[in-house]
Design a protein around this ligand. Sequence first.
Ligand code: LP5
Ligand code: MN
Length: 242
Amino acid sequence: MSTLFISDLHLNANEPELIKLAVDFLKTKAIDCKKLYILGDLFNIWLGDDLIAEEFMPVIEQLQLLHQQGIRTYLMVGNRDFMMGKEVANLMGAELLGDACVIDLYGTKTLLLHGDTLCTDDIAYQRYRRWSRNKLLQWLFRHMPLKYRQGLANKIKLKSRQQKQTKSTVIMDVNASEVSRVMTKFDVTQLIHGHTHRPATHTLEISGKSATRIVLGDWHSEASYLQCGEKQQQLVDPRISN
Ligand code: LP5
Ligand code: MN
């Protein structure tokens, strides 16, 4: 029985085909696994657990079904859906993870992250991240009427879109020293993350030991996932030839 990892589906109500792709993946692929890890940005935007779009219900129901079948689902938030909380996780039958999580993946100590915290060269993003993760601000946001939440989210999205045009692809990728630092700190030889939308398996060296960094891909017209088993692991993405 395998363990599956996905991230960056960016589900949104305006893309029913993407929602269908996610439902099909859960129905046909995830149903055979032991554990499913969702490493952030399942949703393109999340304005609070009290505002669950009707369009997302097929995905949530499918996750509930997996839970009933005894498949354990773990949910990490990303930079777009970080307002997800315990309520929606419970509804999905999933366990909400913190920003960094260490697991034993078939004998390999593995660190799981969304990946945005590794982009330390993106100073403007990291500054924005600090204030948007402030618990008091989040509490205030949660208690605002939908109209205001939507308005603030639109302002952030617009600023982000404008600023991204001025940032180089290097700035928006992970910082190699930060990768080494966190892998050393958590004493792991394997890291799995998403966020950068650059699916790949990188080999590196951590404290003289050979290590691996696996980057999950974002979803478009096909599913992108990492499948790990006792003996092998495979990153499945249309951009990668296996
Ligand atoms: O998401 P992606 O890949 O396109 O870009 C990310 C970074 N951008 C973001 C922003 C999200 O896209 C939109 C999030 C909406 C959240 C809604 C909930 C709000 C809750 C608030 C609770 C207090 O994450 C982008 C990175 C890129 O990844 C690569 O890593 O570069 O970061 C940016 O571009 C951020 C900008 O540099 C800084 C934005 C400052 C926004 C300030 C708005 C102030 C409005 C104040 C109004 C009173
Ligand atoms: Mn992301």
